[in-house]
Ligand binder design. Structure first.
Ligand SMILES: Cc1ncc(COP(=O)(O)O)c(C=O)c1O
Length: 471
């Protein structure tokens, strides 16, 4: 639901009580109005875009309010709580640092930062990686842009400055990340957009015949040409001018994977012209898609990648990870941030990554993700006139609602109705993304099987009810 607030209009809804859900009040809860009003009076309107569930506490795969209600969480925050909310091992690690006490450290060395750096590097598939920690995902993207261009400038001069990114991409909300993003409406405020940041079409078969192996005239080479080569030529550049290519490891709006032949060509192209290939793993990283990092599905390695969200399962921490010769381009004190590797966040990241490795959450996400996809495909068969696309990887699934089905106009009203119904039934979602038409189903990876099955059942019920009511 981009661009709209959720309205505070409490509905009396049926009582729900199962092992995993409880709804015992009108929704939104009338008593929660005070909190919502205080926020709306003091915070920006931009912060009012999520359903009006006032979180009190969250544990495992449940979110609770203070009024007796309990939701199955299909949001994981926004793909933060991969290891579950308040994961006991993460909680204990954070508590130990609080109790020391060590609440900040700037860039002075700490044991916590050393452990987190080791841990992050230990899961990076890029040989001999280094990492650089920050707080927000968008900062990691900005830093990666800076590193890609710096690498190219130092080696080849300022004419190798072009950055390629993709239409439809999202990389964050600070200046550089928005310029690298592919959603025009988010960039309207930037009068002087960087003419050397250019946008290619993402190879999404849902949008383009040239990316659909079943379409007439399709070939792997043509797919790459229609995307990267066309974009460079249309902008009047040569491959030699390109410093870096940034892509999400799947395109976030639809959780749309990169076709393997395309990924391979992208890697070869970057090798040929010494272009830094950097991938945004901020959503996809840390087992969400069934591998530690989503690019591992494609059999290629980027030169560096950005991560955040699921890295800590809790506190704000992000990182750029990648080739040592690129990460080490800046001299002491010329690429830092006040909270880089802050002890609490570092301890949380260390514990969270250890937990996912010890518990093989990559395999869990792969297995449970298949079940989710089967259920979504069943739903699409039942409601082909409502659902245009279902897809994703691992436990990052997307369901796009349209007026009429495959490749039809999006239907934000229907997506909103389904979201509201889910909330009223005790199944928590964040607002639909893109033009408000795609619901992301992204539960904590530790969600028990029967809880996931219940969540998928409730989702199907919500779609069926919205369909019946909106004839
Ligand atoms: C793919 C991707 N990149 C970057 C970001 C920005 O991260 P942050 O909100 O932590 O700045 C997000 C956030 O949703 C994201 O999904």
């Amino acid at each position: 639901m981009n661009g709209k607030s959720f309205e505070f209009e409490p509905h009396v809804v049926p009582h729900v009580e199962t092992k995993y859900r409880k709804i015992c009040t009108p929704i939104p809860v009338p008593e929660s109005k005070d909190v919502i009003e205080r926020l709306r009076n003091n915070e920006t309107i931009s912060m009012t875009g999520q359903p009006l569930v006032v979180w009190d506490h969250a544990e495992g795969a449940n979110v609770y309010d203070a009024y007796g209600n309990k939701w199955i969480d299909f949001s994981s925050g926004v793909m933060i709580a991969n290891v579950g909310h308040a994961n006991p091992e993460v909680q204990a690690a954070v508590r130990a640092v609080v109790d020391k006490p060590l609440m900040c450290s700037y860039l002075f060395p700490t044991e916590e930062r050393a452990k987190a750096a080791e841990r992050i590097v230990s899961v990076s598939p890029i040989p001999d990686s280094k990492c650089f920690m920050l707080s927000a995902g968008t900062e990691a993207v900005e830093t990666a842009m800076k590193l890609a261009r710096t690498y190219a400038h130092k080696k080849y001069g300022m004419d190798k400055n072009v950055l390629i990114t993709f239409n439809g991409a999202f990389h964050g909300r600070t200046l550089g990340s928005q310029e690298m993003g592919g959603m025009p409406s988010l960039k309207e405020w930037i009068k002087h957009q960087d003419p050397e940041i250019i946008l290619a079409d993402f190879p999404n078969k849902y949008l383009f015949d040239w990316a659909d192996p079943e379409a007439e005239g399709y070939s792997d080479d043509k797919m790459f040409e229609m995307s990267i080569i066309k974009c460079i030529e249309d902008a009047g550049f040569k491959p030699e001018n390109v410093a870096g290519i940034l892509t999400e490891s799947y395109q976030g709006i639809y959780c749309c994977p990169i076709p393997v032949p395309y990924a391979k060509r992208l890697r070869e192209f970057c090798d040929k012209y010494d272009i830094v290939l950097f991938m945004d793993e901020i959503q996809t990283g840390f087992c969400r898609t069934g591998k530690m990092f989503a690019f591992e599905h494609y059999g290629i390695l980027p030169d560096m990648f950005t991560c955040a969200k699921g890295i800590s399962g809790s506190l704000p921490i992000s990182a750029v990870v990648g080739r040592r010769d690129i990460l080490d381009l800046y001299a002491p004190n010329t690429m830092t941030s006040t909270h880089s590797g802050s002890p609490l966040a570092a301890a949380a990241a260390n514990a969270s990554i250890k937990y996912m490795v010890d518990h093989e959450l990559d395999k869990e996400a792969e297995r449970k993700g298949k079940f989710m996809q089967e259920k979504l495909e069943e739903l699409q068969k039942k409601f082909p006139h409502r659902i245009g696309y279902v897809g994703g990887m691992g436990m990052a699934r997307a369901c796009t609602f349209t007026k009429g089905g495959y490749r039809c106009e999006g239907d934000p009203d229907f997506a909103l109705a389904v979201t509201n119904k889910c909330i009223e039934k005790g199944l928590l979602f964040f607002a639909a993304v893109g033009a408000g038409i795609t619901m992301k189903l992204v539960p904590p990876l530790i969600m028990p099987d029967d809880m996931l099955a219940e969540g998928m059942e409730v989702y199907a019920e919500a779609v069926a009810e919205a369909d019946a009511e909106m004839q």
